[in-house]
Write a protein that binds this ligand. Structure first.
Ligand code: GRF
Length: 208
């Protein structure tokens, strides 16, 4: 079976990008390769991480799709779709990608797009999930890797990890501790997806 082609979409620091790339290199994620990074920010630190690791990347700058300060979603989505089609992904991992994916992209890759979210979904969907957990005076929070569907932060959950909230926690300390868990959770979830794909190929082979 050919290697599973993984494309990562990210906009920021890239710690999840690094974790997934290293997990593939160490074969903790079996029979997979990271074939590209797509970033919507020209100066995002994740680009430097890709450069250092020799992962091919492309920038589709969302700023270039603004007219009079208004983001033009439709042409942006078409550019993204074109790049994704070129990369032929088996799996697309959103790793701190700060734009919502459009309907057509999600429809084109059903069950193939994963996202990581810093809360125990279905709790605290949307932005600032760590802050939401603190404000709700939760005693624990966590992170979730799930398949992306048309509904925000919903879809089949592949991996969830829990973390106790300490009385002295701030949004920053919580975010920091959560990231470490995120890296493990994302690796486990992608590994699970890749193994499912291998099982499926094997089942089909036995049937034929
Ligand atoms: C993570 O907290 C993730 O849960 C959220 O965006 C952040 C990305 O962090 N979706 P990084 O760029 O991978 O360090």
């Amino acid at each position: 079976m050919a290697l599973r082609r993984i494309v990562i979409l990210a906009s920021g620091q890239g710690s999840n990008f690094v974790a997934l790339t290293e997990a593939v290199q160490k074969k903790e994620i079996p029979r997979a390769e990271i074939v590209g990074l797509i970033c919507n920010k020209e100066k995002a630190p994740v680009l430097e991480e890709a450069r250092k690791r020799g992962v091919p990347f492309s920038v589709i700058s969302s700023d270039r799709f603004r007219e009079n300060g208004v983001f033009c979603r439709q042409p942006y989505e078409q550019a993204l779709l074109q790049e994704l089609r070129r990369l032929k992904p088996d799996l697309i991992c959103l790793a701190g990608y700060l734009l919502l994916l459009g309907e057509e992209v999600i429809r084109t890759f059903p069950g193939k797009i994963l996202n990581i979210h810093p809360s125990l979904l279905p709790k605290f969907k949307g932005l600032h999930a760590q802050k939401q957990a603190l404000q709700a005076q939760e005693r624990e929070t966590g992170c979730t890797v799930h398949e992306v569907t048309q509904e925000l932060d919903s879809g089949r959950i592949l991996c969830q990890k829990r973390l106790a909230i300490l009385p002295e926690d701030t949004e920053a300390t919580l975010t920091h501790r959560l990231k470490k868990l995120e890296h493990q959770a994302y690796t486990e979830a992608v590994r699970k997806k890749c193994l499912e794909a291998i099982d499926e190929v094997e089942e089909n082979r036995q049937k034929s």
